[in-house]
Structures are given as C-alpha cells and as structure tokens.
Ligand binder design. Structure first.
Ligand SMILES: [Zn+2]
Length: 187
C-alpha cells in the first residue's frame, strides 16, 4: 500500500470512530502564543510535549531551522496574522541542537539539484533574474546565533507591536530540554 492510500485508510477509521472529539477546539490559541520551530522529525511530538502545548494552545509555524530570514516573507506574515487576527501576544523561536540547517552547504545541495535533472541553464537563469541561490540555501553555523538573529528580525519588525515579547530557545532533540537564549521579558 502506498503512503497516500495508508493515510486515507487510517483517516476513514479516524473520522468514523469519532477519534477527533478529543481534539476539538477553536482557532484562537489558549496560551496566546506563537511558536516558530524546525520541521525536524524528532520534534513532531517531542516539542509540544516538552513545552506542555496541547491542541488549541498555540499557533505553530514550522520551517527548516526555525529561521525567520525574510522580514516580509511568509513566516513573518504568519506571525503578524497570529498577533493581529488570532489574539497571540507572545512569540517563541525554538531552534534545536544537531539541526540539518547547521550543516547545510549550498554548493553541495546545488550539485544534488543538478544530479536530479535541473539544468545548469535553469540555475543560471535564476541567478540572472536576481535570485541569489547561495543565500537562498544558506544554513547557519551556531543554532544560538541563528535563533538570536530570528528573534531580532521579529522583534524589530516595523509592524510588530512593541509590547509583544519575543523569546529565543534551543531544544535538545533527544531529551526535550530547553535552554533560553533570549528572554523576551528582558528586552
Ligand atoms: Zn532542524
């Protein structure tokens, strides 16, 4: 059975058995928080469990590396929507140790892009039209620095209300232990 079929077969039972009942809530976060974290598979359940976040408690945004790079990109857009439209009033950036983005090498990834059939010409056209591929595929050296940078991008955003605390944390993907990099109440 292919994955989509597996998912749909499970889904039919899930809905039929009314397993959804225990998850029912509304779109407003009970803890009035927005969490930006990494898409890492180890964090799917560990992160909310380790932070005591249940269904309905928070808005959760996942990206590779919990990076907020573009102040007018979709991640920042989501944060602003959460704050203005969904009653969130606190932001948590949660990076993690041993993150795939800490070892991301743009050059090596571009080699893989080419091996999978994307032509040199296509990449050259992108570069000529103003896309900086090295920057687009940039990771980070230290997760603490990356978290601090993301916190600053959010905190100094011209459209973020100044009374919204923005915290920076790093989680251990094996134990769930959180370390504070930026305490947003001290800003
Ligand atoms: Zn990661």
């Amino acid at each position: 059975m292919k994955l989509l079929e597996e998912i749909l077969a499970h889904n039919e039972k899930f809905v039929g058995n009314q397993d959804y009942e225990k998850y029912q809530t509304d779109k407003f976060p009970n803890k009035r928080a927005v969490i930006i974290s990494c898409m890492d598979t180890r964090l799917v359940e560990l992160l909310p469990q380790s932070m005591n976040i249940g269904n309905g408690d928070a808005k959760v945004i996942k990206t590779a590396g919990a990076i907020v790079g573009d102040p007018f990109g979709s991640v920042m857009q989501s944060i602003l929507v959460a704050v203005y439209e969904l009653k969130a009033d606190e932001v948590f950036v949660v990076g993690h140790h041993n993150c795939g983005m800490s070892s991301l090498n743009a050059e090596a990834m571009l080699d893989k892009v080419k091996e999978r059939g994307v032509s040199e010409e296509t990449l050259a056209t992108l570069e000529h039209s103003g896309v900086n591929l090295d920057q687009f595929l940039q990771g980070f050296d230290r997760v603490e620095d990356s978290v601090k940078h993301s916190v600053e991008t959010i905190k100094h955003h011209p459209m973020l209300p100044s009374d919204v605390p923005v915290h920076g944390l790093v989680i251990a993907p094996d134990t769930g232990k959180l370390d504070v990099v930026v305490d947003g109440y001290q800003q």
